[in-house]
Structure formats: structure tokens, C-alpha cells
Design a protein around this ligand. Structure first.
Ligand code: F6R
Length: 244
């Protein structure tokens, strides 16, 4: 596990964008696993800036996103599909045919999970998976206690995640209660993993993920068993790590 300490959110975003862009430069047809949430926004906007300057080309890149709310259509303002388009895909030259996100409108979870697992297989697996981390250690929507042995599955969101996500909705009742997410098994099959974290509200979960026991109570702790993990986190998120 390589851990890079960034000064602040902007520094974290630049460092993460550098690592993602190196992946695309070294393998133009790379498969990138992507995440939503506040943490990657700065990295996406940095990549857009470099694309506009002509420094990076996404025309051959394929993406597979971690998760999507069940019940939301692609064009719902709160769907992760829309989030990715507004914050990243609409501003770069990615071919939308190569963009993959679970289909929130598929009511039959078994069908959707099998379809998405097949998508991941058919693109040849993920070269680099970008991850954020929840304040409770979740990655994707894999919440504490979830079995490590899962591929894409439908989850019932915990109260803490529903509360954390409610900032994006008008009322808490509008926050979907279920989501499709890649499972830990799918994430662990990525060739490389890049986890980013910013802010003191991530410090405990990040410390436990890196230094604590590998336990489903902190889903990110499983990353200790992956052989190519890079963590880029700012000082606040690394506050409990004395020797980084
Ligand atoms: C998003 C995702 C989540 C977030 C996590 C952190 O696709 O999979 O696990 O990465 O909830 O969210 P932020 O970045 O908003 O703190």
C-alpha cells in the first residue's frame, strides 16, 4: 500500500488526477472504475482541464462506475449517471458507448446484477478503480457488515448513508433507500486501486482501514489484502496516522 499525504483537498485532487492521467497515457484504452461523491470532484475537474489543454485523450477509455441508486432514471438530477455526465463525461471526449453505470431503472435486482457483472467481465476487468471512503468505512455502497465475497448486488442503504446523501435532495424522503453497487469481490479484482480521502470526518475510517484488522465492519480494510493500492489523502484525513 502506498500512501501519499496531500496538503489539502486541492492538492489531493491534483495528485489523484495525475495518477489517473498516467494510467490513461500509459494505456489509452484503459478501463477506469469511477466513483461519485464529493471527494473525486476536484480530480475530475483537473482531468477536464488537462483534456481541454490537449494533454489527455479519453477517446478509447472505458469506464465502469461503482454504483447507482435503484429507482432513479438516468436523467434524474440525483442519478449517478447524471452526476458523472455533468461533472466529467460531458466535458471530455469519452465515447458514451463506453460508459457503464448500473441501471437504476431495472427493478429486477438479479437481472441487473448479473448484467453488470457481465459488463465488467466483457470489458476485460478494471485497470484502475477510483474509490472514495465513507465515514463508516464503506466503499461503493458496501456498508459495514456486508460480506466481502460479493459481486454486484442490491443494497439497502443504512440510515447514516441516507442521512449523508440527503444533502443532495430536497427532503430526506426523496433519498432512495436502495442502490446497486459493485461488490467488494468486484472491486478487489481491479488491477490497481486508487483511494482518495479528504477531511477530518474520514480520519477514523481511514486509520482503521489502513491500520486496523481486516473486518467487514470497515469495508475498506479489505484493501490491505490487495497488492496494488495507492491512497492519496489530505492531512486532515490522515490526522490519526502518526508516521505518514
Ligand atoms: C460513490 C461511492 C461512495 C463514496 C463515499 C464517499 O460512488 O461509492 O462510497 O465514495 O460515500 O463519499 P464522499 O466523497 O461524498 O465523501
Amino acid at each position: 500500500m502506498k500512501i501519499y499525504k496531500a496538503k489539502d483537498y486541492n492538492d489531493m485532487s491534483r495528485k489523484a488526477a495525475n495518477i489517473l492521467s498516467a494510467q490513461v497515457i500509459m494505456k489509452p484504452d484503459a478501463v477506469l472504475g469511477l466513483a461519485t461523491g464529493s471527494t473525486p470532484l476536484g480530480a475530475y475537474s483537473q482531468l477536464v482541464e488537462w483534456y481541454k489543454k490537449g494533454d489527455i485523450d479519453f477517446s478509447l477509455v472505458t469506464t465502469v462506475n461503482l454504483d447507482e441508486y435503484k429507482g432513479l432514471t438516468k436523467d434524474n438530477p440525483q442519478s449517478y449517471y447524471r452526476f458523472m455526465c455533468e461533472n466529467f463525461f460531458d466535458h471530455i471526449n469519452i465515447d458514451k458507448k463506453n460508459v457503464n453505470i448500473p441501471d437504476g431503472t431495472q427493478e429486477n435486482s438479479d437481472i441487473e446484477c448479473e448484467r453488470y457483472n457481465n459488463v465488467i467481465r466483457s470489458v476485460g476487468g478494471i485497470d484502475m478503480q477510483l474509490l472514495g471512503i465513507g465515514g463508516n468505512g464503506h466503499i461503493g455502497f458496501n456498508e459495514p457488515g456486508c460480506a466481502f465475497e460479493t459481486e454486484t448486488h442490491c443494497v439497502k442503504l443504512t440510515e447514516s448513508t441516507i442521512n449523508a446523501n440527503s444533502r443532495f435532495f430536497d427532503t430526506i424522503d426523496e433519498v432512495p433507500k436502495e442502490a446497486y453497487t459493485m461488490g467488494i469481490k468486484s472491486i478487489m479484482q481491479a488491477k490497481k486501486i486508487l483511494l482518495i480521502a479528504s477531511g477530518e470526518n474520514k480520519a477514523k475510517a481511514l486509520y482503521e482501514a489502513i491500520c486496523g484488522p481486516v473486518t467487514p465492519k470497515n469495508q475498506a480494510s479489505i484493501l490491505q489484502l490487495h497488492n496494488d493500492v495507492t491512497i492519496v489523502a489530505d492531512e486532515a484525513a490522515l490526522a490519526l496516522m502518526k508516521y505518514v
